[in-house]
Design a protein around this ligand. Sequence first.
Ligand SMILES: O=P(O)(O)O[C@H]1O[C@H](CO)[C@@H](O)[C@H]1O
Ligand SMILES: O=c1cc[nH]c(=O)[nH]1
Length: 236
Amino acid sequence: MGTPHIGATRGDIAETILLPGDPLRAKYIAETFLENVVQYNNVRGMLGFTGTYKGKKVSVQGTGMGVPSIGIYAHELIAEFGVKNLIRIGTAGSYQKDIKVRDVVLAMSASTDSAINKLRFNGADYAPTANAQMLFKAYEIAKQKGLNVKAGNVFTSDTFYGDDPEAWKKWAKFGVLCVEMETAQLYTTAAKLGANALTLLTISDSFITHEVTSAEERQTTFNEMIEVALETAISL
Ligand SMILES: O=P(O)(O)O[C@H]1O[C@H](CO)[C@@H](O)[C@H]1O
Ligand SMILES: O=c1cc[nH]c(=O)[nH]1
């Protein structure tokens, strides 16, 4: 049973799922925020759990890093397990001086240097876009919590270690808020397969100030973003 990358059966996974890149962040979320938790996946160590949050069924699944990896998990979750709402919770590097480490960014849209959509659309540009209902809800919840939240265009990069240390400045000049590595693919796959998707990002480092957070903090301490994601999940 299951798919090449998810060792579960249909029904094991909730219609609404949180998607951190890091599988250990999935474990942390399941252990810290969910009740009645069952682990449904361990294939490749890409942990997946289903539990309840305030009485509602929610799953959380690691996706790995980068466009191809999240493309595999998003496709299998939607096409084979009937997942309808996908909420990525990730980390990102800030491109703007008013977006500081630990701030939260909601990805309205995603620019990218990935060639996948260029190939898919014969050289034309497709605009990967968040589900508006989820975006508005998450923004409202984040504001109610008093978070420093911004919504806008993010950059989905195919590289973490690029060749040109100045390249980010062009994206920043054109209003891109921050960089991460999955959202353009998540939004495209969700649109193709008829599901809803949203990305929430906590800023883990700044290209402006060079401030960084530790790997431990990235794994465990982005609780405000996780709570916004869970409250959004159960509002759907
Ligand atoms: O914290 P996650 O969700 O993995 O997101 C960001 O962190 C990874 C790079 O360190 C990339 O996956 C990037 O998108
Ligand atoms: O700078 C960063 C931080 C997180 N994730 C990225 O892809 N880049």
